[in-house]
Design a protein around this ligand. Structure first.
Ligand SMILES: [Zn+2]
Length: 420
């Protein structure tokens, strides 16, 4: 393991494990969904750690948590660094939490050096990244960046009928002393550390992933409408069998879209059949499509082709295709990527460029400021599972690289140099 000198690795690991006790599941995972009692308890603990180091806590209308180390020029756009504290219902200890705790450790370490940043540095925990209790996710970063209207976000309900608005009001009532920041404000840059959630770093024996960007994603809901009939009496040629039409569509989609190139990811992950009875011709099939590719041109063409193939293979049934998510791929800031690579090199940590296959809040931050991400390996590439695991040395290495990049940005009057 390379020497990690820029942070307190023991403190970081101890705090990360203490955080994992909040919402701990019997199988060693974490269930700490957005705006739940568990997330509120996590806020309490993280706020206490931050205040101990002289940081001030604040929130906003979208339930994002801000922990600020004051800089010399309080009016200059701050540096942002963070991730999320919410988890999947059977999530792990590291997804999101590792990024928030690495960010806090980097900033606390910075404060301990008695160096004053030129501008404020703010650790952020974004509200509802995971999108399981409230669908879809990334609500906090979407509200912050103006991607999605806060009133639309507040109107979303969980399965028990509680709205995001009610849950936010409760959060704010629990923390009445927190200052309220405006929803969205200018920022100098955004950095996020995250576990890779895939196998590439581990396979290549690298500790630091310099994330080049996040691949684009489109999702669709497709409804095939046929006609019910008696399985024994209705002549075959007169049938409008929705399942038969679905089978033709699925075969054509997998054969054509799934073979576009080596980078395409095409998934039909959910299918429902009505009436779903053994002796009834199916009248209706509803299915999901998840389509991803790093090249927006390829992704757009594939999306259009999905719709054309569905229409071609539907007859004699009807088909309606509803686009749900349309998130283009993004490139992270090249200057920040260079700094991350340089910091890894300076600290003798093996690094490689890597594309993020999963979505992150940083996808939205690129719209408002230079942004970049640091990946660290996770065992077997497993994430969104209770046995999700990251090596303590890798967590410390990632946090140390984060600390170096953050410190360099924070000490400069102009983070990217004069004229930038
Ligand atoms: Zn995450």
């Amino acid at each position: 393991m390379a020497l990690v000198s820029l942070i307190n690795a023991d403190r970081l690991w101890t705090r990360l494990m203490a955080l994992a006790e909040i919402g701990a599941t019997p199988a060693g995972g974490v269930n700490r969904q957005a705006l739940s009692d568990g997330e509120i308890a996590a806020w309490r603990r993280v706020i206490a750690w931050a205040q101990e180091a002289g940081l001030t806590a604040a929130t906003d209308a979208a339930g994002n948590l801000f922990l600020t180390l004051a800089g010399r020029d309080r009016s200059a756009p701050p540096l942002l660094v963070g991730s999320h504290l919410d988890s999947q219902p059977t999530g792990g200890k590291f997804d999101g939490a590792a990024g928030v705790m690495a960010a806090l450790e980097a900033v606390v370490w910075f404060a301990e050096q008695d160096e004053t940043p030129a501008r404020d540095v703010i650790v952020i925990a974004w509200m509802n990244e995971e999108g399981c209790r409230f669908v879809p996710g990334m609500m906090g970063s979407e509200a912050f960046t103006g991607t999605r209207d806060i009133e639309a976000i507040r109107a979303v309900h969980d399965v028990s009928g509680i709205s995001v608005g009610e849950a936010l009001d409760r959060l704010h009532a629990v923390f009445p002393d927190l200052a309220r920041k405006p929803l969205g404000f200018p920022a100098a840059a955004y950095l996020e550390l995250h576990i890779e959630q895939g196998p590439l770093l581990e396979a290549a024996d690298r500790v630091i992933g310099v994330v080049t960007g996040i691949q684009g994603k489109k999702t669709f809901q497709v409804v095939v409408g046929g006609a019910e009939g008696h399985a024994g009496t209705l002549p075959q040629q007169e049938r409008r069998d929705a399942l038969a039409a679905f089978a033709r569509m699925a075969a054509a989609l997998h054969a054509e879209i799934g073979a576009i190139d080596a980078e395409i990811k095409f998934t039909i992950g959910r299918v429902t059949i009505e009436p779903n009875a053994p002796s009834v011709v199916p009248s209706r099939v509803t299915f999901s499509i998840d389509l991803r590719h790093p090249d927006n041109g390829v992704l757009d063409a594939a999306g259009a082709r999905v719709e054309a193939l569905c229409h071609r293979h539907a007859p004699p049934c009807a088909v309606t295709i509803t686009p749900l998510v349309d998130a283009p791929s993004n490139d992270f800031d090249s200057r920040l990527r260079e700094r991350i690579a340089q910091a890894a090199h300076d600290q003798c940590l093996p690094a490689m460029a890597i594309l993020s296959a999963a979505g992150h809040d940083a996808r939205h931050l690129v719209k408002v400021c230079p942004a970049a991400m640091i990946f660290i390996p996770c065992r077997d590439g497993a994430s969104h599972v209770e046995h999700e695991w990251a090596d303590p040395g890798h967590v410390a290495a990632g946090a140390s690289v984060l600390a170096q990049v953050l410190r360099d940005l924070a000490l400069a009057d102009q983070p990217f140099g004069a004229g930038a």
